[in-house]
Design a protein around this ligand. Sequence first.
Ligand code: GCO
Ligand code: MG
Length: 401
Amino acid sequence: MKKVIICDVKAYCLAPSAGLNLVVVKVETDVPGLYGLGCATFSYRYKAVACVVEEYLRPLLIGRDTSRIGELWQLMNQNAYWRNGGIGNNAISGVDMALWDIKGKMADMPVYQLLGGKFREAVPVYCHAEGETIGEVLENVRRLKKEGIRYIRVQLGGYGGRQVLAYRPEGALDGIYFDPDSYCRETLKMFEAVREEFGDSIELLHDVHERLTPVEALRFSRELEKYSLYFLEDALSPEQGQWYKEIRRQSAVPMAVGELFNNPSEWRELIAGRQIDFVRCHISQIGGITPAKKLAVFAEQFEVRTAWHGPGDVSPVGHAANIHLDLASLNMGIQEWAGMNDVLKTVFPGSPELRNGYVYANDRPGLGIDFDEHAVEQYPCNDEITAWTQTRLPDGTIHRP
Ligand code: GCO
Ligand code: MG
């Protein structure tokens, strides 16, 4: 088969929705009209990712054979010697997904076919119901249930619950204040109210977002058992992962872990040690489809399921990659779905579609999605300093977000 050669690699940065910066990578080839798209979205460091793509990966890749996806992934991963960092991995992901897109177009097949074909016709998803009051949360759960969503993540207030400013000492620094104790107490009341109204007609999920200390997380997991969660996400920070074995020993709440991880090796012990139940990676953060597929297969050996990260700061190209992987993975558990508004559907024609609780990929070759490059001017990126991650405990101590 004639080799198809990489002729150019470009990064496009834009914020078409909710001020969330997206990074889309385009790999162009020596075949007129044949190109691939990938997601390299690290919203808060988008300029750094685009720089790695265009200043380092582009010269490394021009002239190389698009068909050799595995070889090129390794080449990119080790080219800077130091590896497995978030910025480099996102840049690699953009190219990796684009190469899978190109291969699918050349084979005239959707990527899920290249990954082994469908296990299901569509992907079950979970959506977010949140609110500043329990009443608001219940209202959003009712709305999602009416739309046919069966898996619903419920959050009272932002991550870590509602802001608590009452206990700050004089001169305390600005930030997003939260109180772990009131977060746990109020969240338990929220679950009581949700189960009271909806019984077991819906599956409930919740994201601790790494905000609790290990013993707080252990206690919280045990108190949550009566509400039969589908999973509890990021009960611990990545740095405290060793505690999962203790939580597993004392609690039957399914654990979902990993959106903050950069390298599949971070899951190794958690999966092989049977300490967690779902892998939650931000696929561009670990380097794209190539490592994600390997991780899914490894997890399958232990009946750990996938629950790929699917928030607003994943581009529709990244959501398409999630869906293709989901369709072709036996151990797909659930897919997070932050939704796709009309602007995103216009900028990214062919985006996967949500219908009655399931997301459908189209059957076009490759990832089946396109990208309107002119949208970059129309939707410039947001360069404000990231505020929501400046989180603090009641006494003003800075705390992980
Ligand atoms: C989730 C995540 C996100 C992240 C966000 C960071 O479970 O979807 O926790 O909400 O916080 O992607 O920008
Ligand atoms: Mg999360």
